[in-house]
Design a protein around this ligand. Structure first.
Ligand SMILES: [Fe+2]
Length: 371
């Protein structure tokens, strides 16, 4: 059977590799003769493997037109990649990803030490150092959020999730102008918010399918369990409250206590926004070709659940980064975001050729993807 080199960005599920693929540090990512799935393709992207050789059926009718144009030579090169694929191919992202992978390894140990040890101030300093190392790999807050989205495709375990939430908290904290000492507290709120999950059986936490009522109640107990772990420790009270309150909702519809707006600590509310943003962007539905406008649209629909000033600041600053970005509209046209609608951030004004779409008024057209 013939073989051809295909850019990772153009691989399709069902193609079969005809050679093994290795990372730059020579770790095996896939064997030869592997039938590709979306997860495997994500894995290749994660390790920044630019292309692999796949088998091509001899008889042309077995190759779909889509597969055919994916072959290197006829496929678009780096300029043909999407917004997030271009980030994934950048050297800065590869460095960032290595740094996060290493930090999450260290963080696993540190988080477990927090549960078992009494004197934890040294561990907290070490954790903050890990966050600083990751932050130093990104140019600015928005670049950090973009790179975090590109890291998707891996198991979103408690550790990775907690690190992500801390990094997103750092973005919100810096946009809020928090001084350094407050930032440290906020980062620890993010790092430790889900620590209660370490007390729950991993097979429940990692269960992919629907939870039984018992399992559901177990998972819902993690804020209380986290608070119990942190309560006797010498820590800023806001860190303990973030563990306890990060599933409370501004409208009182959260748990464990059903607290409402002013009863919830401000730092807990920041963790809640960071937590939901991470959950949404790690959701499988969003993973491929994630579109920030769709994420913001969901947050706008759920706005009653979150502290309004934190949510608005986060949404506005996040979406402002995409002014002047090329987008693909749901009617197939390509355009450019030119202006935001302050009351409907997910539906900006887009110019496509000679047409101007005010998406806040024209609801028949959506932004499907960044290009
Ligand atoms: Fe949680």
């Amino acid at each position: 059977m013939k073989t051809k080199k295909v850019l990772t960005a153009n691989l399709k599920p069902g193609m079969v590799s005809c050679e093994a693929a290795y990372t730059s540090s020579n770790h095996l990512v896939i064997q030869s003769n592997t039938t590709l799935t979306l997860d495997i393709i994500d894995k290749l992207k994660y390790y920044a493997i630019r292309s692999i050789k796949v088998y091509v059926p001899e008889i042309d009718e077995n190759v779909s037109p889509e597969q055919d144009t994916a072959l290197e030579g006829t496929a678009p090169d780096i300029e043909g990649l999407t917004y997030f694929e271009r980030i994934q191919q950048s050297e800065q992202f590869i460095e960032f990803k290595d740094s996060v992978t290493q930090s999450v390894e260290n963080f696993k140990e540190q988080l477990n030490d927090i549960v078992t040890k009494d004197n934890i101030s040294g561990i907290c300093d070490d954790m903050l150092h890990e966050v600083d190392t990751i932050l130093s790999k990104s140019r600015n807050s928005l670049h950090l959020l973009d790179m975090l989205q590109c890291l998707r495709g891996f198991d979103d375990m408690t550790y990775m999730h907690s690190m992500n939430v801390a990094l997103i908290c750092s973005v919100i904290g810096s946009w809020s102008g928090f001084p350094k000492e407050e930032m440290k507290v906020l980062l620890l709120c993010g790092l430790l918010h889900d620590i209660g999950k370490l007390k729950i059986a991993p097979d429940i936490i990692q269960k992919p399918g629907k939870l039984t009522e018992f399992e559901f109640q177990q998972v819902r107990s993690h804020p209380m369990l986290g608070y119990e772990i942190l309560r006797p420790k010498k820590l800023d009270n806001r860190i303990k409250l973030a563990a306890l309150q990060h599933h409370e909702k501004f409208n009182g519809k959260g748990y464990p206590r059903g607290l409402t707006g002013p009863e919830i600590s401000n730092f807990s509310s920041i963790v809640t926004v960071a937590d939901i943003y991470d959950a949404m962007t790690s959701n499988r539905v969003y993973r491929r070709g994630i579109c920030p406008f769709k994420v913001i649209e969901t947050l706008e629909k759920e706005k009653d659940l979150y502290e309004p000033s934190i949510l608005y600041l986060f949404m506005k600053r996040t979406i402002e980064a995409y002014i002047n970005t090329e987008v693909l509209l749901s009617n197939g046209e390509k355009g450019k975001v030119v202006l935001l609608n302050q009351s409907m951030l997910s539906r900006p004004i887009v110019i496509a050729g000679k047409k101007t779409y005010d998406l806040s008024k024209d609801t028949s057209v959506d932004i499907d993807a960044l290009i």
